[in-house]
Design a protein around this ligand. Structure first.
Ligand SMILES: [Mg+2]
Ligand SMILES: [Zn+2]
Length: 179
C-alpha cells in the first residue's frame, strides 16, 4: 500500500485570479493572476502537498465561454505558476449549468471526492481554500479542513482558518499547521 497523499484544493476566481466584478474571466485575455499566486503554489508543492484547482465554470454550460476558452485560461495559469517551479496536479472545472443538479458543482463535494479517489489523497489531511461559502461547504462535505480567503463577499460558513490571501494561507500550512 502506498501512503495516501495530502492535498490542497484551490478555488480559482478570487483566489488565483481577480474576479471581474461578479463575473469570472471568459478567456485568457481577461485573466489577471494575483501576483503572489505562483510563489504560493510553489510553496505548497515544496511543503509536500498535491495542488488541485476545483472551480465552478457554469458559464461553459450557459454558452458564455467555450471549452477551448476555459482550457486557454487554465493553460495560462499553469504556465505562470510553472515559471517559479509550481505545479498543479490537475485543474478540474464543473462546466454544467448552475441549476443542472450535477454532483460536481460546489457546494457539492463531487470534484474533491473524484480527485481524491484518482490521486490517492487523504482528505482528512487536506485543505480546501476558497473565498465563498460554497468552497468552505464543499471542503467540509468532502472531509477536508477549510481556509477562507477574505473577500467583499458575505459568508456564513465557519472555516477552520481565515487568511487574507493565498500566500498567507500557504505559509500557514507550511509553517504552523501539523498535517
Ligand atoms: Mg471564488
Ligand atoms: Zn457539474
Amino acid at each position: 500500500m502506498t501512503q495516501k497523499k495530502k492535498a490542497v484544493f484551490l478555488d480559482r476566481d478570487g483566489v488565483l485570479n481577480q474576479s471581474l466584478g461578479k463575473r469570472p474571466p471568459n478567456n485568457k485575455h481577461e485573466l489577471t493572476l494575483l501576483p503572489w499566486v505562483p510563489e504560493a503554489v510553489a510553496e505548497l508543492n515544496r511543503a509536500g502537498f498535491l495542488v488541485f484547482v476545483v472551480t465552478n465554470q457554469g458559464g461553459v454550460g450557459l454558452g458564455y465561454m467555450t471549452p477551448d476558452d476555459l482550457a486557454g485560461i487554465h493553460d495560462k495559469l499553469a504556465e505562470e505558476v510553472a515559471k517559479v517551479g509550481g505545479h498543479f496536479t490537475e485543474m478540474m472545472a464543473c462546466i454544467h449549468k448552475p441549476r443542472s443538479g450535477c454532483p460536481c458543482r460546489k457546494p457539492k463535494p463531487g470534484m474533491l471526492l473524484d480527485l481524491a479517489k484518482r490521486h490517492n489523497v487523504d482528505l482528512a489531511k487536506s485543505f480546501m481554500i476558497g473565498d465563498r461559502d460554497m468552497d468552505v461547504a464543499a471542503g467540509k462535505a468532502a472531509g477536508t479542513k477549510t481556509i477562507l480567503i477574505e473577500s467583499d463577499e458575505k459568508t456564513t460558513e465557519v472555516p477552520d482558518y481565515i487568511c487574507p490571501d493565498l500566500l498567507t494561507a500557504s505559509r500557514l500550512l507550511k509553517d504552523s499547521i501539523e498535517c
